[in-house]
Write a protein that binds this ligand. Structure first.
Ligand SMILES: [Zn+2]
Length: 598
């Protein structure tokens, strides 16, 4: 079975296969480490040339709304359309925040604690989010905006970050002064840059800052600033909010960076943090519509197919396997349906290649075949569901190299080899009909200490037979970095559905640490863990993942290593279907508002 699998890859020979994987996944060590200063330079440097057709289109629309006043009117109109659209859409919203403190040794701000929110956005009645991870925050007022309501305890409200998708719930020309700044490209999209300030009596909670308007349909694609203050003891945070062209004519919120470096509260405390908010899962209805079909034709377990060929009842062992397989399929379908698991894609294949390398060198033949899938979220975790290995997006981002990835995958493979079981209560379909918010309560794939220790032992044995055997230095260093940062990053280095890298005081695969070099955060050429967001790119519409293919950026100071840290976003904006000959036709407003409209 596995020989057939190997042939699917372009390079049939085993050693080349590894190289192939390494170049696609782990060529770059520090691509996400561009500092804000660097990125702003990149932004003003020469932009990619547009095709003649694009230039013509740009000139045409520039002529169509020649006056600045017309541009502003169109942008205001599009923003109202945007708000109407957002009321129909319910993407997942994830915010990960790190509080910072200046570290004299490193000459950089380092994380001292962290906060994590995951919820689903619901703007049908103001901005709201149903939190998956912090149920206590439900029922807050609709107009909380991004303020710190309790300055004394420096609490952040998840709703505040969700609010940053909205420029102004009631964006009206009469409330603001608009000042033209310049034209500028964001990625391949030419934009009109405008400074926006509320007029004197425009009311509280208005946006103040800069907006970027794309110059074909006049949608706001980025806004950067804050809201004017509401109360004496509440603070609005600064943010940089990016939208992407996810549907014809629709630019939807995708990425928000928020940061404060020395904001003083009225009580004299200093606010110092950075946070990333990601949105995805806009189009989950499609999956629901197709799921029944997929289950029957593609996802049917091997055991069940065999039975139908034989026209006989399953033997007891076959029945047990089919039952376990059913539980596995139920859970995976459910996780994908609610947007927590990415659909099958290219990143899975890279993980699969590493797993296949382990299986071949260890002569393992496991049925049904082991599959790999990616959890869409940031916290570093991995787990198995039956014969499926799940690794989080955040974990893939921060791993230093392919051998470290092999370490993570092999630990999970070991659980499968050792026959550690999935709780088959999930084979009953009714157990899957719980609301999204309860997912983290109802599904728990963490293992007990005995199984963890057994898996570690088995994994070391498997790795020792593999081509990664002599390349595990960075894997050991990665674990040391995890250990070093765990006290500050409790919400990142933790399993929400599955296993954490730390189990009480024990670190997973800890025997790899003894052989690895000394961990030194100040050493520039020692990269133990990468910043978040450097490897995996998310399509927020359909949750498809791809690996980011950028050239490595050399780290010049220890401060730029930023292990496990969040950084600002600078997505390369593109127009949907910009490579297709015809420009996408804007959908009429009523149908475009439906999330599954296409
Ligand atoms: Zn484990």
């Amino acid at each position: 079975m596995k020989q057939i699998k190997m042939l699917r890859f372009p390079l049939p020979r085993f050693t080349l296969l590894l190289v192939c994987c390494a170049t696609s996944l782990f060529t770059q060590i520090s691509s996400a480490q561009a500092s804000p200063a660097q990125t702003s330079i990149a932004q003003s440097s020469p932009q990619p040339e547009l095709s003649t057709r694009d230039q013509a289109a740009a000139q045409q629309s520039a002529a169509a709304a020649a006056s600045f006043d017309q541009v502003v009117d169109r942008a205001v109109e599009r923003e109202h359309f945007f708000m109407a659209q957002m009321k129909q859409l319910h993407p997942l919203v994830e915010t990960y925040l790190q509080n910072l403190k200046q570290d004299k040794d490193l000459d950089a701000a380092v994380p001292t604690s962290d906060v994590y929110f995951l919820g689903r956005l619901d703007m049908s009645d103001g901005t709201d989010d149903r939190a998956f991870t912090s149920p206590t925050t439900a029922g807050l007022g609709k107009r909380m905006l991004s303020k710190l309501s309790n300055v004394y305890s420096m609490k952040f409200l998840p709703l505040g970050f969700a609010q940053m998708v909205v420029l102004d719930e009631d964006f009206q020309r009469k409330y603001y002064d608009f000042t033209f700044v310049r034209r500028e490209f964001l990625g391949e999209v030419r934009c009109i840059v405008i400074d926006v300030a509320p007029k004197k009596d425009a009311g509280k909670g208005r946006f103040v800052g800069r907006i970027w308007i794309e110059d074909q349909d006049y949608n706001i694609v980025r806004f950067n600033g804050t809201y004017t203050e509401a109360h004496r003891n509440s603070y609005f945070l600064h943010f940089d909010s990016w939208r992407q062209n996810l549907r014809p004519g629709a630019w939807l919120p995708a990425l928000i960076y928020s940061e404060e470096t020395d904001r003083k509260s009225s009580l004299g405390q200093t606010l110092h943090y950075k946070a990333q908010t990601r949105l995805w899962g806009y189009n989950l209805k499609d999956f629901r519509r197709n799921s029944e079909f997929t289950e029957i034709t593609v996802e049917a377990p091997q055991a069940i197919q065999d039975q139908s060929q034989k026209m006989q009842d399953a033997t007891p062992i076959e029945a047990q396997r089919a039952w376990e397989r059913q539980a596995e399929i139920n859970v995976i379908d459910r996780l994908q349906q609610i947007g927590l698991l990415a659909p099958k894609g290219e990143v899975d294949k890279v993980l699969q290649t590493v797993v296949n390398n382990m299986m071949v060198t260890n002569n393992l033949d496991i049925q049904p075949e082991v599959e790999c899938r990616v959890l869409m979220t940031t916290p570093l975790e991995s787990f198995t569901i039956g014969h499926t290995i799940v690794v989080s997006r955040g974990m893939i981002d921060v791993l230093p190299d392919e051998a470290a990835l092999a370490m993570i995958l092999t630990h999970e493979l070991a659980h499968i080899v050792l026959g550690h079981q999935l709780n088959t209560k999930l084979a009953f379909n009714d157990r899957m009909f719980f609301p999204d918010e309860r997912t983290f309560e109802r599904m728990d794939f963490a293992r007990d200490r005995t199984e963890e220790e057994a898996a570690d032992k088995k994994a070391i044995e498997l790795l020792n037979n593999s081509p990664y055997k002599d390349k595990l230095n960075n894997a050991g260093l990665f674990l040391k970095a995890v250990q070093a940062r765990a006290p500050q990053l409790k919400n990142l280095i933790r399993g929400h559905l599955g296993e954490s890298l730390l189990n009480g005081d024990a670190t997973r695969m800890s025997s790899l640490m003894t052989a690895s070099p000394q961990f030194d955060p100040k050493k520039i050429d020692q990269v133990a863990a990468l910043p978040l967001g450097g490897r995996v790119k998310v399509d927020p519409w359909n949750n498809q993942l791809e690996l980011i293919k950028t050239k490595p950026v050399a780290v010049t100071t220890a401060a730029e290593k930023m292990p496990f840290e969040v950084t600002p976003f600078f997505p390369f904006l593109t127009r949907l279907g910009s490579t297709a000959p015809d420009k996408a036709v804007p959908v009429p407003e009523k149908t475009a508002a439906a999330p599954s409209g296409q």
